[in-house]
Structure formats: structure tokens, C-alpha cells
Write a protein that binds this ligand. Structure first.
Ligand SMILES: [Zn+2]
Length: 218
């Protein structure tokens, strides 16, 4: 799988362009802003998105959904079922808070635990990880070597996602990290919603916030 990371918008969100190495089939994760730039990069990479996927419903991850859907109308817009309402709710997706007029289209596909999104030879499996938002999901490409995890705002290089926004839960975030991330092999590459990529092993040993995820704190 080819992975292109683009940092977009004022909040420096990571939009990920994924493409099968053998063909044009691909996916876009979290087109948060700068739709024209994301679309241009898809075209220059020879990538045809089969899915437009949001890890969660915050505006800095969904802001360019409409532009992507217009450019690639055949690609279903996918988001965790419990975050779907946020796409068209300017309070829920924080557009009001950030003073951004952008609004997404409604979802085409509601993602739930275990669902597989396939393009070319790539399989992304949906992992439900509430905490930053109730409907937050990770996308796990378990068949890649090493495995690749796209985790939105769940965990970052030396950090974790905010839980003080509407619908956030520190307890759920800790449980999601403990049971869905720290259970993956150390070599698993983590591609977060902001900042640089990392690995499960690096965060397990170096992330000071993961004490939160210690079983004794549950
Ligand atoms: Zn967020």
C-alpha cells in the first residue's frame, strides 16, 4: 500500500491518501480541509478513491468531504455510526466553535466494528475506538507488513486525544487505547490525525499519557 500524508488546514490535520501498489484503487482518510489540494494529489498519484473515510466527525477531519464527493461521486462517504450526525451539525462537529462555515454531506455508509473496506488488494478493518468522540474509529490494515493503523485523534506521538469536547470521555479513551491499540504488535505503524507517524512500541514505551491506559486505572 502506498501512503501519502498531507497536512491540511489551520489545525494541521493529517489527510491520508492510500493506494493499492498494483493499480489505481485507493481511499482517502480525513479530508479535513484544502479539498482541491487533496484532489490534485489523488490525480497526480493516479489514485481513484473507492472510499472517503472519516475517523470521526470533527470539522478539521471532515471539512473537505463535500469537495471530495464532488470530484469522486462514486466513493461512498464513510464514518462511524455514532458520529454520523455530526457531519451536518455545526455544533457537534465544532464548525461553530472554530468559526468555519464548512459543512459535510451526510454519510453514505455507517461504519461499525469489524467492517472491512477493500480496495485492490488492501483491506482496512474498522475498529471502534470511542473516547475523543463517541463514534470515533480506527482503520487497521492488518495484512500490511508491518501493520498500519489510522487512528484519528485517539493517540498521537507522545500524546492522546482531547476528551473535554462534547461527547468525549477520558475513561473510554483510555479503554480504547488499552484494548484496541496497545494490543497490536509493537511494529504497527500509527498514523495519527495530527503530527508525525509513530509506532505502537514507541508509544508503549515513551508516551507519558499512556499511564491513563494502564489497566489499574480502569
Ligand atoms: Zn477531533
Amino acid at each position: 500500500m502506498v501512503i501519502v500524508a498531507l497536512e491540511v488546514g489551520p489545525l494541521l490535520s493529517n489527510a491520508y491518501l492510500l493506494k493499492d501498489e498494483e493499480g489505481e484503487a485507493g481511499a482517502v482518510i480525513d479530508p479535513g480541509a484544502e479539498g482541491e489540494r487533496i484532489i490534485a494529489r489523488c490525480r497526480s498519484e493516479g489514485l481513484v478513491p473507492h472510499f472517503i473515510i472519516n475517523t470521526h466527525g470533527h470539522i478539521d477531519h471532515v471539512g473537505a468531504n463535500a469537495a471530495l464527493k464532488e470530484a469522486f461521486p462514486g466513493a461512498p462517504l464513510c464514518i462511524g455510526a455514532r458520529d454520523a450526525d455530526r457531519l451536518t451539525d455545526a455544533a457537534g462537529n465544532l464548525a461553530d466553535l472554530f468559526g468555519v462555515p464548512a459543512m459535510s454531506r451526510p454519510a453514505d455508509v455507517l461504519l461499525e466494528e469489524g467492517r472491512e473496506l477493500r480496495f485492490g488488494s488492501v483491506v482496512l478493518r474498522v475498529v471502534e475506538t470511542p473516547g475523543h468522540t463517541p463514534g470515533g474509529v480506527c482503520l487497521l490494515a492488518a495484512d500490511e507488513s508491518p501493520p498500519q493503523l489510522f487512528c484519528g485523534d485517539l493517540v498521537f506521538r507522545l500524546g492522546v486525544g482531547r476528551t473535554d469536547l462534547p461527547g468525549g470521555s477520558a475513561r473510554e479513551l483510555a479503554a480504547s487505547i488499552r484494548t484496541r491499540v496497545l494490543t497490536l504488535p509493537d511494529e504497527t505503524v500509527i498514523w495519527p490525525g495530527h503530527g508525525p507517524k509513530t509506532t505502537v512500541g514507541a508509544e508503549r514505551s515513551e508516551n507519558p499519557y499512556l499511564d491513563l491506559a494502564d489497566p489499574s486505572c480502569a
